[in-house]
Design a binder for this molecule. Sequence first.
Ligand SMILES: CC(C)(COP(=O)(O)OP(=O)(O)OC[C@H]1O[C@@H](n2cnc3c(N)ncnc32)[C@H](O)[C@@H]1OP(=O)(O)O)[C@@H](O)C(=O)NCCC(=O)NCCS
Length: 174
Amino acid sequence: MDTAIIRTEKLEDHDKVHALLVDAFEQREDEARLVERIRRSEGFIPSLSIVAERDQDIVGHVLISKAKIMNGAEAHEVLALAPVAVHTDMQKQGIGAALIKEGLERSRALGYDLVLLIGHPTYYPRYGFKPARQFGIDLKQYEVPEEVFMVYELAPGELGKIKGELIYPAPFFE
Ligand SMILES: CC(C)(COP(=O)(O)OP(=O)(O)OC[C@H]1O[C@@H](n2cnc3c(N)ncnc32)[C@H](O)[C@@H]1OP(=O)(O)O)[C@@H](O)C(=O)NCCC(=O)NCCS
């Protein structure tokens, strides 16, 4: 098996990333459109849009972008992981894991404290994600079960200190 190259997304990858997202999300375009809106927004961090390339094709993608935890009037900038996708023919080969681990490493190197997400409760804990509400982080914008709203601590000791409501920015709702 050839391994995939994990690298920063380039402008010329956009169409392939779109096709990948439509494939991975059962022909829905919602996630592809979400990525396009985030790319155009101020929350976009180019180095946190990461692709997996194999044989000149894009077979995986993860996007991590800016969000906020609001505690009263106080805002703490955090990151939100959404979406992550691997081509249906290439799943279960570790590509998702490689993308997520690279995304978390880059996020740490950029100096962020926390990454939050809504996702499969049996998938993300293997990377160290934990249910967020138990650490005092609330989510009101989406009504989701307790265990799918998760947080990853990039800076040791920050979890439990940064409390409040996670606010996903406008591109998530357009
Ligand atoms: C989730 C996804 C990105 C994982 O990518 P991947 O390259 O297959 O992941 P890996 O090979 O690193 O890991 C595979 C593991 O993930 C598990 N997994 C995949 N999808 C899962 C899901 N929906 N729920 C729970 N576990 C899942 C597999 O069972 C496998 O587990 P195992 O290692 O115990 O056998 C990929 O399955 C995908 O694109 N799915 C469709 C889009 C999606 O649901 N994205 C996530 C939105 S939260």
